[in-house]
Design a protein around this ligand. Sequence first.
Ligand code: SF4
Length: 506
Amino acid sequence: MKKSIKRILLVWPEFEISFWGMQYSLHQVNKKAVMAPLALITVAGTLPRGKYDFRHIDLNSQTITEADIEWADLVMLSGWGPQYRSILRLSLKCRKLKKKILIGGPLASEYHQILRNVDHIFVGEAEGFDLENLLDEIANDNAPHLIQGSKQPDIASNPVMPRYDLLDFSLYWQVTVQYARGCPFTCEFCDIIELYGRIQRTKTAEAMVSELEAVLNLGFRGPVFFVDDNFYGNRKNIKNILPAIVDFQKRRDYPFYFYTEASINLAQNPDMLKLMKQAGFYCMFTGIETPNKASLKETRKVQNLKLDLVEAIEICQSYEFFMQAGFIIGFDSDPDNIADLIVDYVNTTGITVAMTGMLLALPETQLERRLNSEGRMMGTAGIDQFGLPNFITTAHPENLVEQFQKVLLGCFSKESLNRRLNKQQSIFSRAHPTKREIACTELEFNAEHLHLYSKKVLQDIDKLKSSTKFDEYIQAHESYWNSKSIDGLQPQAEQAVDVVPDGAFT
Ligand code: SF4
């Protein structure tokens, strides 16, 4: 007899403690996790209402029991690299209970080789894909291990209303929505453009406003995060969405204040910044990556070369944005004092949340392809965000690690954080009281977490430096560069795969 799947358990795996997770300070706002997960409720939204029973468990804020797993006909997961260990633990539990797992999301798309023990891996996107048919195939043991989903589907003509009703909003500091996927830029290290494309796809203004209405009707008020790869990646469409959000906010008396990620060239568009301020945006993350122009050029971050990066941050701040930024150490063109340049830049601009990590060559990126062609790859990038580079760097590893330590000490001491915190909070002195409260509270718990987390990372680095793994890592670098200078040959570094410290800084 033909079997079918009725009950689907959606599980959002747990993140490792990281810069992003705010695990050390969320108690200050009485929340269990920073942001409500969006991936699985979007997948659930592609299926007809009423045909399936769903339950959603977020392991960052909830626990899962054997009874939960027993209830389900299928366990569906999604996730990123820093959720890998949680995914492994969960798949073992499901295997023990003989429950099938279907996993999708960025980890599945980029690293499906390491998920061999999961029953079904979904690569690609869910919109426009016949998921009902796949569920029937899984139920009847006819589905393949690796499933190719939609490749960069048009999300405007395939509108999906995420099943926000499956979430308990009270657990989260912010609710997440998504307007756009993909980014037009060409940053060499970026996996977003490989996964989601360089032609940015956006939802319609109507669909976006319906989602905001749905969140509001479920009783949420407060910070909402547009989890777009680059909110400013489609200059034509943003002109439609922003007036619609402004209108929604005015009609509904500003129930939300928004946070997003955008490229820094947004600073060159005062009209958009003005509209974003009117719409109630209070925070923006941007990829500065490095204040060193040669490194920006090397990594093809051309948009950051076309403007003064200090001035650009100040312009955004003048429109009531508290600015967060990402920084990377490990470019070939980094000077020996790259840490001083980053610390100086961060302290000058007042960026409180300055996420700094080592350069990693993620799978199938331009960077990985280049390093492969130069014989410098040392295996697949670690799935941990703050591991050492998975390639032979031009900097000596000891200097690289020293620079990283200097950034952590220079950016996240209490004194330095407090100075920047005060500067950023003053941006909101004339903002609407609710906006000011959201922004200032978020800044405070961000700063507290960054201080405590950076202390943990510094301890991890000390341990790493005295490990044999680090000695081997250094040795691999030295023998690569020695052989290169001796006979001009291009040596292969693949033999060094095993010496990449796993999760060195997490
Ligand atoms: S701007 Fe950001 S999302 Fe766009 S290519 Fe560069 S790193 Fe990727």
